[in-house]
Structure formats: C-alpha cells, structure tokens
Design a protein around this ligand. Structure first.
Ligand code: HEM
Length: 201
C-alpha cells in the first residue's frame, strides 16, 4: 500500500538526493561560495533555518499546497501538469508533491555539500526537456519555461504567514523570512543552469 510519501516503503518515489540517479553539478565549491556571497547567504542564515527546521517541516505540506493552488488557478501555469489526453495528470501531481514538500525541509536542513549541489542540478534538469516527466514516466509537456520558474519566486518566498504562529519574536520572524528568501534565490539560480547555453550561465 502507498503511504503519504507516495511509495510503499516510506521512501519518496523519485527523490534521488544523494544517489547515483542524481545528476552531477559541474560547479566547484568556490563558484558556489561566490554565488552564496552574491545572494548574501551566511552561516547565520544557515543556523537560523536549522533552528526553525521543525517549523518548516510542520508547515511544508501546507506551503506546497498553497503554491500549487496558485499554479492551479492559472491555466498558463497548470498546462505543464496536463497529460497527453488534455486532462490534468493527477498521478503526476501526486508523485511530484512529496518531493516538493521534501525540498522545503531540505532547504531548512541540508548542508550545502556535494550531494546537495548535485541535486540542485537534478531539480533544474527536471524542469527542462532533459528530464521533465522522466522520473515519473509521464507524458505532460516537456518544459517549464525558465521565465515562469523565475516569475514564481515571489510566490514561494513569502512564507511569513506560515511561520508567524511559530515565531513570536518579530525581528526573528523577519530574519527567517529573509534567510528563506535568499535560500530560494540561491536554489532557483542553480536550477537555471539547466536552461543556459554552455558558458553563459
Ligand atoms: C520558485 C519556483 C519553483 C520552485 C521552488 C519549484 C520547486 C520544485 C521542486 C522542489 C520540484 C521537485 C523536484 C524533485 O523531483 O525532487 C519541482 C518539480 C516540478 N515543478 Fe517546480 N518549482 C518552481 C516553479 C515551477 C513552475 C512555475 C512550474 C510550472 C507551473 C513548475 C512545475 C514543476 C513540475 C511539472 C515538476 C515535476 C518535474 C518532473 O517531471 O520531474 N515548477 N519543482
């Protein structure tokens, strides 16, 4: 029987973090560090996210549900979840969702090590013809255009409403919101590599 993770054994189907199925990132840690400095990501941000990891874990599903509702309300976005017969591919959505939820937890908890960097390469590719649909064997359109990946960032960065009940201190809430925003920018920037012509990223 399938459980909430979409798999029989509690593992999230298609979540290939740290496995040989994940793409490899060509980035060096020096290049990553330059990008982290550019978005302003610091050790303090990392520690703050870690401190509130349980809050992110408890809210992750709700966050993803709200972001998905934004996609669902805009046909020019939801079209990338539509199957060959012209109907929304509910199985595809159900399979991708737990990986999206896990991503929220990963943003709050994972160190930026090689496995993490590699999986960002993989997530980028999964939005492009190189790997979209492959993980779940689906037949939806092969690309989420990069402009929508970037355009969706403000939707995903505004998490204050999800966190406010768990962080009473207003300054700390603001700091977590800022850290999350930087983290999302870092992730999406890494994912854009999959779209960029060689040498231009
Ligand atoms: C800030 C913007 C976005 C974030 C943070 C995000 C995040 C994610 C994550 C974490 C996954 C799962 C990765 C995995 O397999 O482990 C995913 C997959 C996916 N996302 Fe996005 N996404 C964004 C924008 C969009 C937009 C705008 C669309 C289209 C409306 C979209 C459509 C998809 C689809 C179709 C998949 C499944 C890809 C596959 O076939 O494996 N995403 N996204």
């Amino acid at each position: 029987m399938m459980d909430a993770t979409g798999s029989a054994d509690g593992r999230i189907a298609g979540y290939d973090f740290g496995t040989s199925a994940s793409a490899r990132s060509p980035l060096t840690f020096e290049e990553l560090s330059h990008l982290e400095q550019t978005v302003g990501w610091t050790r303090d941000d990392e520690q703050l996210m870690r401190k509130h990891a349980e809050l992110f874990r408890s809210k992750a599903e709700e966050m993803v549900g709200s972001w998905r509702a934004v996609i669902g309300a805009q046909p020019h976005l939801s079209q990338w979840f539509v199957g060959a017969e012209g109907m929304p591919d509910e199985e595809y959505k159900a399979r991708v969702k737990p990986r999206f939820v896990q991503w929220v937890v990963d943003v709050a908890t994972r160190p930026h090590d090689r496995a993490w960097l590699d999986y960002q390469e993989e997530i980028g590719l999964r939005h492009t013809p190189a790997k979209k649909n492959r993980t779940d064997g689906r037949h939806t359109p092969p690309l989420v255009p990069m402009r929508y990946l970037l355009g969706f960032v403000p939707v995903v960065t505004d998490v204050r409403g999800f966190l406010s009940a768990g962080i009473a201190n207003a300054a700390e809430l603001e700091a977590v919101q800022r850290a999350w925003t930087k983290a999302v920018h870092l992730h999406v920037t890494l994912w854009c590599r999959a779209y960029a012509r060689e040498g231009l990223w």
